[in-house]
Design a protein around this ligand. Sequence first.
Ligand SMILES: Nc1ncnc2c1ncn2[C@@H]1O[C@H](COP(=O)(O)OP(=O)(O)OP(=O)(O)O)[C@@H](O)[C@H]1O
Length: 298
Amino acid sequence: MIEINHVHKSFEKTEALNDVTFQIQEGSIYGLLGSNGAGKTTLLRMMAGIIKQNTGDIHIEGQPIFENLNVKSRLVFLPDAPFFFSQYTTKQMAKYFENVYPNWSQERYSHLQELFQLDENKKISQFSKGMQRQVSFWLAMSIMPDVLILDEPFDGLDAVVRRKVKNLIVQDVADRSMTVVISSHNLREVEDICDHIGILHQGKLLLERELDDLKSDIHKVQVAFKGDQEEEFEKLNVLYKEKRGSVYLVILRGEEEKIEREITAMHPVLYDRLPLTLEEIFIYEMGGAGYAIENIMV
Ligand SMILES: Nc1ncnc2c1ncn2[C@@H]1O[C@H](COP(=O)(O)OP(=O)(O)OP(=O)(O)O)[C@@H](O)[C@H]1O
């Protein structure tokens, strides 16, 4: 488990993080979302023990992470610009990591070579940007980390590789309870693999929820009545309502069965439940908090 408690971080006059508290359960895939400058990279670098918070604490499996070699040897952080020794080939980097990381798996390394189909004897600096990112996943997943921290991991990867990488991550989470944190400014990019989502905005954590919880708490329906029964909706927790002709399109918060019961009691001539996208859920959730979040929906 990763525990982040009342973390503050400032860089001279910039307050990057302001009293951030949340937990990430073992074996979960956590999506940390937020607009540019929200504080995502700063938080990830602190979770990886690279920089230290001014106040508050960060623990992984009960131990403080900063300068903790024992925990760091089971953690991999992939920054948004992957770092390699400039003259090294993938094979040489692998040799280096094998000596640094106790869980390194040569078998996994060989298996992933087939998956990525990259030449292990080519200098990494001579690969394209997207190929270099594939190399970083190839090496990272061969380290067999307990905790994988990824900063904008899918940028520059084509759709096929993105799918391969997501499958690999999900497989390790299922097989050996790896814990994953993924930062992104793009909700659509992470919604298919994350089970929890946190949204940072100007250094504060605005919203932090399990995805299934979010999905089961908000509903979209279309309803029509014989007469005008607009006032009847007052009984329900309506987040948004519009009328198209004689049909109401309504977004409601609450238990699905209770909503259905209340609406059926209004004797509608039309009642349909419509699917809600995660994007809509966030807009209505965050709309309630008064924030524009268009830039994490790109
Ligand atoms: N080393 C640093 N020195 C000074 N200010 C910094 C430093 N690192 C980050 N900041 C500031 O902290 C704030 C948060 O930056 P951070 O990189 O964590 O945001 P982010 O959410 O990752 O943004 P993006 O999506 O644009 O990558 C910004 O205002 C940034 O300018």
